[in-house]
Write a protein that binds this ligand. Sequence first.
Ligand code: FAD
Ligand code: NAP
Length: 461
Amino acid sequence: MTILGTTQRPLRVAIVGAGPAGFYVAETLFKQDLNVKIDMFEKLPAPFGLVRYGVAPDHEKIKNVIKIYEKIASDSRFSFFGNVAVGQSIGVVELKKFYDATVFCYGTEADRRLGIKGEGLKGSHLATEFVGWYNGHPQFRDCCFDFSHEVTVIMGQGNVAMDVARILCSTAEELSKTDISQHALDELAKSRVKEVHVYGRRGPVQAAFTPLEIREMGGLKDAYPVVDQKDLQLNEASSAETHGVVNSFRKKNIEILQSFTVLKHQNRQRKFVLHFLRTPVEIIGKDRVEKVKFEINELTGDAGQQKVKGTGQFEEIECGLFFTSIGYEGVPMQGVPFSPEKGIIPNRLGRVLDGGTAKDGWYVSGWIGHGASGVIGTNKIRAEETVRSLVEDLEDLPACETPSTEAVVKFLRERSIDPITFIDWKKIDAYEIMLGLKAGKPREKITEVSQMLSVAKEPSY
Ligand code: FAD
Ligand code: NAP
């Protein structure tokens, strides 16, 4: 029997997806007392997942985490296969031929939908489209947003909604020093949006944003936050939900919202308005979004178990743009078990489950295994759990038939796929930084896959 993880026969692991989860799985595997070889597959030419294409451009410091990922990628036991979409360029069963274990870390790319009338109207968008657009994601670079109306409405009160609101409330000057894509900066500089209204179906205590992110809304150059003091008069159960260490972020949120009620406007022109206890029931408009109709809710039940109940009272707000920002869910990959209810790959401690039974050699980590919640660092803890399971299973893993990275390259080339290596990526990276330097920005992203490929493969760059 082949013993995997030895000098004679290193353990071969394929990681699908080059976001934080993928890199933390690689890092944790390298820390094991194992001889391991990792090939990471990424469908885009660029690595780093949502750190590159999700994290807001004005949150530059967060992106410093990339330095850790670059260090992992520089390990001689690591190979990067960019521009290779698993499930399309290479099938999951085909991967089994070359790898003893596969770890799915491909994130959760689909937005949750409200499922209400009018959601498909022109001017109604998903937060992902806007985020991808301002962050230069090739799939969203051609999206169009109409910023000619003064009022924008966002449904959802998580940190993504805060990102969307903050970008809409920022001045072109504030944004111009960030790595926001130039096409987005040009459009946002002409924006006539003056009011950004952010709605939640529950109360301020239950809002999903975190203190750092809500506090930022008070520090913008040309926008001020508006919170109705009445919304901060909490019922007994909500008040109880601010107690204890686990709820300290809620307590802090309420303190920040309180501080907003007395904040001076100081001639700031734009408004960021929070609305609570409102569920959208219809997006109204003839050819495009004109209004959103909300039902007014109340909270009922005990602390920690409060439910939203519609009151039968409704209100409307006129607007020209509407964004749905109510979280994400995963998309199934052909041949891989999937839970449509949860939008994840079902798993136990990172082992992929098929009808309750663990699939030999298949593991999962990050958002596609746990759902779309948590910050970048959360994925490190989850990666450790997944790697622990993989290492426990080592003796039972069936050794793959062709343990060779060169054979994978040959296989892909036979399909006319020329993967992007990490050295190729560094060429794209350097080119983007050079473009950014000219514009006084940290980088200007290349937003077309074809141009990324030509920069990567062009010998003179
Ligand atoms: P992802 O980061 O989504 O990475 C998945 C990767 O898999 C992607 O690169 C994708 O292209 C690739 N992939 C998909 N399908 C395939 C396929 N078929 N084949 C190969 N590759 C594939 N957290 C913070 O701590 N701070 C922040 O400021 C912050 N901002 C955020 C902003 C937004 C808009 C969002 C949505 C999230 C933000 N987060 C932030 C959360 C953080 O980004 C996530 O915790 C983290 O990115 C999840 O990592 P992941 O690797 O599971 O998924
Ligand atoms: P999120 O934190 O889960 O927030 C989703 C919001 O949508 C909540 O307000 C939720 O309200 C609401 N919602 C869900 N379903 C709804 C429905 N059917 N109708 C109406 N409202 C609904 O999701 P997110 O904002 O997409 O963020 C995802 C993760 O990334 C989070 O963990 C977040 O912290 C992280 N992130 C972090 C940062 C940062 O650190 N700066 C930035 C961006 C994202 P209920 O609570 O009532 O369900």
